[in-house]
Write a protein that binds this ligand. Structure first.
Ligand code: NDP
Ligand code: N5H
Length: 257
């Protein structure tokens, strides 16, 4: 198996560095022959991305700036993709943001601004990008986002992000229904904890990793490459009958009571 994504064009949003889930996805897609377009927000992320692409001898089709908080930026990014590349087959949405202060203490103390920022960055961003991507998926396509079990149950400190991910997972269902008639599938991966830049310094992260190691059926944590492979599967034709699904890549932790 090495050509599952031959000549498929996939837009990947959310590479910040080599630890990013989106970078795990990029490697898995490249291995299967996909052509990759990257979007980034910070210049620092672009610098990291350029170094990674060079190190791994991957040639990107395009690198495009895109701030998902800004409709004009999203529209401009997909316009640029349309002009330079044209048709796309896949979209990887791997972005989320909440203020650090909102990721500790009690959910009941969530501020209006903190709530709106988390929803805007982490949930509405899928709707806005799916709408633009749809226009370029003229032969059908597949959209995959990244979620976490804190959408389904209360996980200490996840707070406002749990509510944003619940909205994200509901969006996956509604988008799957809307876009299915165009041959576009929409799914999510629910990954176990992975030490990435976004996870850095958040309260309780180490404890959660230890709990997974002790209790998850596989008795270990998972990594970016495992999420990358599962995301690649959802982008490939191997998953052609699957849409509106949340696939757990979490060493089986979600089955525990
Ligand atoms: P990273 O820090 O590597 O990636 C987060 C990305 O979000 C960065 O590339 C950042 O770009 C981007 N981002 C944030 N706000 C914006 C914005 N307004 N516009 C454009 N990009 C933005 O962390 P992860 O790889 O861990 O996170 C990727 C996804 O995986 C997130 O949805 C996260 O919730 C999810 N996830 C992570 C888990 C984990 O344990 N790490 C577990 C389950 C799900 P920039 O820095 O350029 O702003
Ligand atoms: C239960 C947990 C631990 C507590 C909650 C963590 C939630 C993390 C998600 C968000 C995305 C983190 C975040 O936005 C951090 C920012 O406030 C500060 N960081 C940054 O700005 C960096 C530089 C950039 C790259 O980050 C972003 N987001 O742009 C959950 C964990 C066990 C699992 C986990 C970490 C889940 C998840 O959704 O990421």
């Amino acid at each position: 198996m090495s050509n599952l994504m031959n000549d498929k064009v996939v837009v990947i949003m959310g590479v910040a560095n080599d630890r990013s889930i989106a970078w795990g996805v990029a490697k898995a897609l490249h291995k299967q022959g996909a052509k990759l377009i990257f979007t980034y927000r910070k210049e620092r992320s672009l610098d990291k991305l350029n170094k990674l692409l060079e190190q791994h001898q991957i040639e990107a089709l395009q690198k495009v700036s895109c701030d998902v908080l800004d409709d004009a930026s999203i529209i401009a990014a997909f316009d640029e993709i349309q002009k330079t590349t044209g048709m796309i087959h896949g979209l990887v949405h791997s972005v989320a943001f909440a203020e650090k202060d909102e990721l500790q203490g009690e959910y009941v103390d969530t501020t209006r601004d903190g709530y709106l920022l988390a929803q805007n960055s982490s949930s509405y961003s899928l709707v806005a990008t799916a709408r633009e991507a749809k226009k370029l998926m003229t032969e059908g396509g597949s959209i995959v986002t990244q979620t976490y079990i804190g959408a389904e149950r209360v996980v200490k400190n996840y707070n406002v992000m749990g509510v944003a991910k619940a909205a994200l997972e509901a969006s996956v269902m509604y988008l799957a229904e809307d876009l299915g008639k165009y041959g576009i599938r929409v799914n999510a991966i629910s990954a176990g904890p992975i030490r990435t830049l976004a996870a850095k310094g958040v309260s309780g992260f180490n404890d959660i990793m230890s709990t997974i190691e002790e209790r998850a059926p596989l008795r270990r944590n998972i990594d970016q490459d495992e999420v990358g492979d599962a995301t690649m599967f959802l982008l490939s034709s191997l998953s052609r009958g699957i849409t509106g699904e949340v696939l757990h890549v979490d060493a089986g932790y979600h089955i525990l009571g």
